[in-house]
Write a protein of this length. Structure first.
Length: 195
């Protein structure tokens, strides 16, 4: 999947005009790019469109219009666009109650290493998590992790040919799975992979 360049972005004035329509398109797209694993953890899969929206929103909110600032946003978000051999996701541990979340983040230390994706007929793939910076300390994990699921050529071929995909977490304090993923989600994720 091609990385974003400055020429792919709308100028601020144009973006403000088209934002409601563009936002609606992106929100509809995102519905097929999330996997809730149990009641308190969700993988939000990123791609070129979700990252364009993120960059456009950052430029709008921060009122960034200079080349250097735009380039910095692209450098920050382009790494989250899949490379054709992987899925990239924002993983969130979600508890609405602050105290409950604080306790859960202590209990779920190491959860980022216990997430998996499995293409039917293959072994589960564990993600490379938080490659940009450490998000866990001695006491607790973070509520947000960035993950890359690297697939083999055989797995990619199977997904492209329609193989089912499952995802889950097998942490001692949190064990849930989605098997198989809904067809619309599976099909959207298949678009991230190169032939």
């Amino acid at each position: 999947m091609k990385k974003l360049m400055r020429g792919d972005l709308y100028p601020l004035e144009k973006y403000v005009e088209i934002r409601p329509q563009f936002r609606g398109q992106v929100m509809a797209h995102k519905k097929n790019r999330q996997v809730a694993i149990g009641p308190n953890a969700t993988l939000y899969f990123e791609d070129r469109l979700t990252m364009q929206y993120q960059v456009q929103e950052m430029l709008r909110i921060e009122r960034i219009f200079e080349s250097r600032g735009i380039d910095e946003e692209l450098e920050a978000y382009n790494p989250l666009i899949p490379d054709g051999s992987n899925w990239k996701a924002t993983f969130m541990v979600e508890y609405p109650d602050v105290d409950e979340r604080r306790e859960a983040l202590r209990r779920l230390k190491g959860i980022d290493a216990r997430v998996w994706a499995r293409v039917a007929g293959f072994e589960p793939v564990r993600p490379h998590a938080d490659e940009d910076m450490e998000r866990e300390d001695a006491d607790k994990t973070s509520a947000v992790h960035f993950m890359r699921f690297e697939l083999t050529p055989a797995m990619i071929k199977a997904v492209k040919q329609g193989a089912a995909v499952a995802m889950g977490i097998d942490h001692p304090a949190y064990t849930h799975q989605v098997d198989p993923l809904p067809q619309t989600v599976r099909d959207s994720l298949a678009q991230d992979l190169s032939n």
